[in-house]
Design a protein around this ligand. Sequence first.
Ligand code: 0O2
Length: 218
Amino acid sequence: PAEPELIQAVDQLKTYSLRYEVAMKLVLDKLDYISREYEIRYGYALIDSKQSRIKSPDSIVGKLKRKHLPLTLNAAFENLHDIAGVRLIVRFLSDVKTVEDLLATQADIKVLKVKDYIHHPKPNGYQSLHLILGVPIYTVDGPHLVDVELQIRTIAMNFWASLEHELNYKKNVPHQEALRESLTKKAQLITQLDREMDEIKCKMYQPKTASAAEQSRK
Ligand code: 0O2
């Protein structure tokens, strides 16, 4: 028979997995609602696409090791805030702030931490807005806040980040270091493109009024 500690650990893992899954779904549903209502009201697609994932056990162990934390479930649940992660891709730079503001008005969700890599990009050029959300789950023991990391970025930022991620994980890439430097420089082009596309967007979708929505449907 299994050790009682093992049974307890397995139950804890199952319970937490369930909580992360439900919290992530809640965030996805909220974003879906915002996106659909925004489109009805303004005739404008605020959200281009969304991705979500529960961090894999290997990735959790890797992160605990990188952070020199004990390799235990409790250390993971207490210290890793991106076990449940949602990535939201918007088309335009100003849409990042719009989504952030709309989320801030949701009384049941708490924004626990903001990392603004858009106004303060990482040295390698990475840009994205990271929010750690505290999502309430009503468990059998009462209410419990579950961390969900929300990354909000533009299509252009996502294009850059996905290639950079690939470059880091891909083995035997010739001239990897030179490619990294080149990507860092390209990040400036992404910033420039996002700004210029936003200028066009502002001219296209100026007043957020019913008549503008009416116009855009014609
Ligand atoms: P994966 O595979 O996406 O899960 P903390 O110190 O705990 O507050 P944390 O979580 O270590 O902060 O770092 P941060 O800056 O919030 O970034 C977490 C996630 O952002 C990463 O998750 C990536 O998804 C993304 N990210 C951060 N920096 C970069 C970057 O330079 N390039 C790319 N492509 N993505 C980045 P993980 O856990 O690394 O991986």
